[in-house]
Design a protein around this ligand. Structure first.
Ligand code: PRX
Length: 646
């Protein structure tokens, strides 16, 4: 494959950027020509941010899996599409060529159909990082079902809420998943999630760990049995449309992915087929400066947007080899990533600052004897990268020879929006730098006015918004369009509000400083403070709680909870454990607070609003910078909170 739209120099970037702003329709229309369409679009772009209503390539007909699979078969049939590295390094690797991936996806698409799945149905996927997770995802896309992948670390309760919100009728899961030294019993979590569920008709279970599972008659079937039935009948099925795709409208939904916001309930972000395909492909090829034949290793889980866009859709639509790793970076030892790079001669490594910081903590021993010379490009995503981690990554992993791309984006943006392009545009440690073509950032103040005055350090500082749509922007939040409007398009008129704060320097480079709303970013995982508070408040002894973030050396942010407790109390430690168990049950282990401080009251204004600013300062250890506390209903509680700080 060649990519005529790949940017090769800084000048070309400037030219492409200008063109994308002057005439977005011509710019994206030209790029979209390079994909396989059943029918070309009538109009490249219709939009307004008021409703919002955004349509890319309206009237176009396509199937994204033909672009990820079928169109590569002629030249790349024998090339690995997915290289799968198991959790346990002693276990056999699986290499899935494009031909085989195509076959498996067609086969599983048929399984879905045999089980009653139709275009537009919602299929929830809750699996570990096995190739079958990619098959299931692509098989949904092939028949036009809407996939909703849920990360394996979410609890039964979280899954139940998502199933309900999406009105999902089908689930694909595994008996269990291996992650480091742990076996996670996924099917039994699904069984709990299904207690009281009224919509789910079928659960398809792939065997991975052979953990005992209860298969319910009439509802649960084994993946292997279903696949076998299709294989045996393949010839017969061929005449009956085996392997055929559902021809989709460009604006038909492709998937729902739930993510946290500042309210208690996660939102189902909806992406559509055409724009998402173009955006993930374009950003993949350009940000990583991907060259045909390279091997790309994105360490994210497919349960997050990073895995959707840069393990599955971006790399596969570009005909790349994508590495999928089942395990964790520190098991059986902290050299795991480096072994994988050495073993498969990885060209591009894309990971999170949290992983880098945690691996830094093991020193250089785990790197001994590992040949990392195949690496050409390094990337980071998910949270701000501190300079120390950036330099360690540059020096010890990239050996100062690999450009580092600091990619800023969100679940809602579908793919990278602000990043340097590897080796093509300049990098600056801890700065995401420049917007991709088609992306028009603007920094605004509280009132939505563009920031035009510099701060004392010579940067513009404000809330990061985007002025116009790019092809990968979310279209709605599932089942509740008004929520999409109020969350993203109502804060500032005619702007998409990201929820992030940023700096901009004289070169036009952006540095993301973190969320300005009540959303935390813990180890690159997005968690709403209100969600954690709701979970803590479920504990019978809790009267009220308030959750804030604080700087954490490895996780970036930690979760600090202030809790008013008047239940049965043995000692603080036991009660803390009970609260952690409650949060694990309601949301999942990823949302467990790092610190729980018991307090007798929370700082509130006379109108009853919690003054989070004060709680944040205490958690950050800046107790001398609490600011004005005179408007508090009871200023006395602040002294108690400061004294009891953990
Ligand atoms: O705060 C930003 C942070 O992660 C948030 C988006 O989280 P999520 O939707 O889970 O997607 C994560 C993977 C794309 C953003 O609002 N974030 C993401 N990338 C960066 C970042 N913060 C700083 N620098 C980044 N490169």
């Amino acid at each position: 494959m060649s990519y005529p739209y790949q940017i090769k120099s800084y000048d070309e970037y400037k030219e492409a950027y200008q063109k994308s702003i002057d005439d977005p329709e011509a710019f994206w229309g030209d790029i979209a020509e390079h994909f396989r369409w059943h029918k070309k679009w009538d109009k490249v772009l219709n939009w307004n941010f008021k409703e919002p209503k955004i349509e890319w390539f309206a009237g176009g007909k396509l199937n994204i899996t033909e672009n990820c699979l079928d169109r590569h078969l002629e030249k790349l049939a024998d090339k690995p599409a997915i290289i799968w590295e198991p959790n346990n390094p002693e276990e056999r690797t699986r290499i899935v060529t494009y031909e085989r991936l195509h076959k498996r996806v067609c086969q599983f698409a048929q399984v879905l159909k045999n089980n009653g799945v139709k275009k537009g149905d919602r299929v929830c996927i809750y699996m570990g990082m096995v190739p079958e997770l990619a098959y299931a995802t692509l098989a949904c896309a092939r028949i036009g079902a809407i996939h909703s992948v849920i990360f394996g670390g979410f609890s039964a309760q979280s899954i139940a809420d998502r199933l309900e919100d999406a009105q999902a009728e089908f689930i694909v899961t595994c008996d269990g998943a291996y992650r480091g030294g742990k076996d996670i019993p996924l099917k039994s979590v699904i069984d709990d999630a299904l207690i009281g569920n009224k919509t789910v008709k079928r659960v398809i279970v792939y065997t991975r760990t052979r953990t005992p599972v209860s298969m319910i008659k009439g509802r649960d079937v084994w993946w292997e049995d279903e696949m076998q039935a299709v294989t045996e009948g393949a010839e017969a099925l061929k005449s009956d449309g085996f392997g055929e795709v559902e021809v989709m409208d460009a604006e038909d939904p492709l998937f729902i992915l739930y993510t946290s916001g500042s309210t208690g309930k996660p939102k189902g972000v909806v992406h559509t087929v055409g724009g998402y395909m173009v955006w993930t492909n374009y950003s993949f090829v350009n940000v990583f400066n991907y060259q045909p034949g390279q091997i790309h290793f994105c360490t994210a889980d497919i349960g997050w947007i990073t895995g959707h866009s840069y393990i599955i859709y971006g790399p596969l639509s570009a005909g790349a080899t994508s590495v999928m790793f089942e395990g964790v970076p520190t098991w059986p030892d902290a050299g795991r990533f480096w072994d994988i790079i050495d073993k498969y001669k990885i060209d591009i490594l894309y990971t999170a600052p949290t992983a880098i910081r945690s691996l830094m903590g093991f020193g250089l021993d785990p790197l001994k004897g590992k040949d990392l010379s195949s690496l050409k490009v390094l990337g980071t995503v998910g949270e701000p990268i501190n300079e120390e981690a950036w330099h360690w990554y540059d020096e010890h992993i990239g050996k100062k020879k690999c450009p580092i791309v600091d990619t800023w984006w969100q679940t809602e943006t579908g793919g990278v929006l602000i990043s340097n392009l590897a080796g093509v545009t300049p990098a600056k440690p801890s700065w995401a730098t420049l917007p991709l073509p088609g992306v028009q950032p603007i920094l605004v103040d509280e009132n939505g006015k563009e920031v035009t005055e510099k701060d004392e350090e010579g940067n513009y500082k404000g809330n990061l918004c985007i002025k116009a749509p790019w092809p990968g922007i979310l279209r709605t939040t599932y089942g509740d369009h008004e929520r999409c409007r109020t969350n993203y398009f109502a804060t500032y008129e005619n702007l998409y509000f990201t929820g992030d704060g940023a700096l901009k320097n004289d070169d036009g480079f952006y540095r993301i400083t973190g969320r300005v709303d009540d959303v935390l970013n813990v180890s690159g995982h997005r968690i709403g403070t209100a969600e954690v508070e709701n979970a803590i408040n479920m504990h019978a002894g809790v009267v009220e709680s308030a959750v804030v973030g604080y700087p954490h050396d490895i996780k970036g942010q930690g979760i600090y909870a202030y809790v008013i407790f008047n239940g049965r109390h043995f000692d603080d430690e036991l009660t803390r454990k009970d609260i952690l168990a409650t949060v694990s049950r309601i949301i999942g282990p990823i949302a467990k607070p790092d610190k729980i401080q018991f307090v007798s009251g929370l700082p509130k204004t006379r109108s009853g609003k919690i003054m989070r600013r004060i709680l944040r300062k205490v958690a950050e250890g800046e107790t001398d910078k609490l600011g004005d506390t005179s408007t508090l209903l009871d200023p006395g509680v602040v002294d108690e909170i400061v004294k009891g700080k953990l």
